[in-house]
Design a protein around this ligand. Structure first.
Ligand code: NAD
Length: 373
C-alpha cells in the first residue's frame, strides 16, 4: 500500500499526521510512505528526518499519486487528492456535522472518508482516539495560557516582602481536557474546583485533589450515557447550574471551560452578567470557543476584555503544541490502521463496529448513520 501525508492547508494548522516514528512502523508493515516536502516543519520535523525514516519526500502531486491511504489532521480538499487511487481511504478530522459540503465532495470524488472524530468510545479504540489525545494537550495548554495572561502568580508564595495568595481556579466540564486542566492547575499551585453535568466525574475531580461543585437539587447525568458524552440539559438543570456558577465564579481568579456536546453548539455556561461579578484581573480560557463558545463574548484567538476580566481561547488549541500533538495524532493513526492490518492481504480490513462508526463515504455515497436525516 502507498500511504501519503500532505502538508496541512488550514489556516493556523501546525500539526502533521505522521512522524518519523510512525513512518518507520508503516514501512515495517510492508508499506511505502510518501510525505509532502515541508509537511512537518511547524512540528519541528524536517524533510531529512522523514527521508531518514524511509519516506519519499516530494511535491504534493507526487505524494498523492497512486496513494491507497491518505492520512491527515484536517481532511484535505478533495481537489488535492486527484491522482490518488480510486476509492482511496482518507483518515483525518472531517468536522462532519458542520462541513457537509466536504463530505459530499468526498463522496462525489469516490473517496472513502474516515472521520477520526467519530471513533467510538470503547476500550479497544482508546489508543486510536484523536479527540482524547488532543484534548489532553489542550487542557494543559489552556491552563498555561491562562496563567500567562493572569497578572498574578498561581502558587502561594511566602516571601520576605509578604505573602502572595494562591490563585483560585475553576474548571467547567471535566472530560479529558478538564481532567488535564485540573491536574495542571494543581501542579502550578492553584486551589482548584471543578464541575460537570455527569455525576461520574465527581470522584475523578476529588481524586485529583480538587473540590467538586455540583448541582444537587436537579438530576444531572447519572451514568456515563452514550459513549460517555453529555447531552443538552433540561431548562430546570440549566437554571440551577447558572445559579450555582454565579455564586462560585465571583470568587474565582481563573476559569477554564471545556464543555462540549457532540454535533451541537457548545453550551453557554457563563453569561456577560456572570462575568460582571468576577474580580477585575481574572482570566477565563474558553476551550470551546471554536465550537461556539462556553462564554458569552469569547472570540477565537482574541483577548476580549469585559468588566476587567480577560477572556481568551484559541481557534485550534492542540496546534499550539505542534510537536506533541502531531506525535500523538500520528500514533492514533498508526494504532488504528495497524489494529486492522491483514498481513496476508497486505492492507487493513475494518470491522463493523469501528468501520461503520467512522466511515462517512463509500462508493460515491454518504453512508454514515449519524449523517442520515
Ligand atoms: P467532551 O469533550 O465531549 O466534553 C467535555 C466535558 O464537558 C464532558 O465531561 C461533558 O460532560 C461536559 N459538559 C457538557 N455539557 C456541560 C454543561 N452544560 N455543564 C458542564 N459540563 C458539561 O468530553 P470528553 O473529554 O470527550 O470526555 C467525555 C467522557 O468520555 C469522559 O468520561 C471520558 O473519560 C470518556 N472517554 C472515553 C474514551 C474511550 O473509552 N475510548 C475515550 C475518550 C473519552
Amino acid at each position: 500500500m502507498k500511504i501519503a501525508v500532505l502538508k496541512e492547508q488550514a489556516a493556523g494548522e501546525t500539526r502533521v499526521a505522521a512522524t518519523p516514528e510512525t513512518v518507520k512502523k508503516f514501512i515495517g508493515l510492508g508499506n511505502e510512505v510518501a510525505i509532502e516536502s515541508g509537511a512537518g516543519l511547524h512540528a519541528s520535523i524536517t524533510d531529512e528526518a522523514f527521508a531518514e525514516a524511509g519516506a519519499s519526500v516530494g511535491k504534493a502531486a507526487a505524494t498523492v499519486k497512486d496513494a491507497d491511504i491518505v492520512l491527515g489532521i484536517q481532511a484535505p480538499d478533495e481537489k488535492a487528492l486527484k491522482g490518488a487511487k480510486s476509492g482511496a481511504w482518507v483518515a483525518a478530522l472531517f468536522d462532519p456535522f458542520s462541513d457537509t459540503a466536504r463530505v459530499e465532495a468526498y463522496a462525489a470524488a469516490g473517496l472513502e472518508a474516515l472521520a477520526m472524530e467519530f471513533m467510538p468510545r470503547i476500550t479497544r479504540a482508546q489508543s486510536m482516539d484523536v479527540l482524547s489525545s488532543q484534548s489532553n494537550l489542550s487542557g494543559y495548554k489552556a491552563v498555561l495560557a491562562a496563567a500567562d495572561t493572569y497578572g498574578r502568580a498561581f502558587p502561594m508564595m511566602m516571601t520576605a516582602a509578604g505573602t502572595v495568595q494562591a490563585a483560585k481556579a475553576f474548571v467547567m466540564g471535566v472530560g479529558v481536557a478538564g481532567l488535564q486542566a485540573i491536574a495542571t492547575a494543581r501542579r502550578l499551585g492553584a486551589q482548584v474546583s471543578a464541575t460537570d453535568v455527569r455525576s461520574a466525574t465527581k470522584e475523578q475531580i476529588e481524586s485529583l485533589g480538587a473540590k467538586a461543585i455540583f448541582v444537587e437539587d436537579v438530576a444531572g447525568i447519572e451514568g456515563e450515557g452514550s459513549g460517555g458524552y453529555a447531552t443538552e440539559m433540561s431548562d430546570e438543570y440549566k437554571a440551577a447550574q447558572a445559579k450555582l456558577v454565579s455564586e462560585h465564579i465571583a470568587k474565582q481568579d481563573i476559569v477554564i471551560t471545556t464543555a462540549l456536546i457532540p454535533g451541537r453548539a457548545a453550551p453557554v455556561l457563563i453569561t456577560d452578567a456572570q462575568i460582571a461579578t468576577m474580580k477585575p484581573g481574572s482570566v477565563i480560557f474558553d476551550l470551546a470557543v471554536a465550537q461556539g463558545g462556553n462564554v458569552e463574548g469569547s472570540k477565537p484567538d482574541e483577548t476580549v476584555e469585559k468588566h476587567g476580566v480577560k477572556i481568551i481561547g484559541y481557534a485550534n488549541t492542540p496546534a499550539q503544541l505542534p510537536a506533541d500533538a502531531s506525535a500523538l495524532f500520528a500514533r492514533n493513526h498508526f494504532n488504528f490502521l495497524s489494529a486492522f492490518w491483514d498481513k496476508e492481504a497486505g492492507k487493513p480490513e475494518l470491522d463493523e463496529e469501528i468501520g461503520d462508526a467512522i466511515r462517512l463515504t463509500q462508493s460515491g455515497k454518504v453512508v454514515n448513520e449519524r449523517l442520515q436525516g
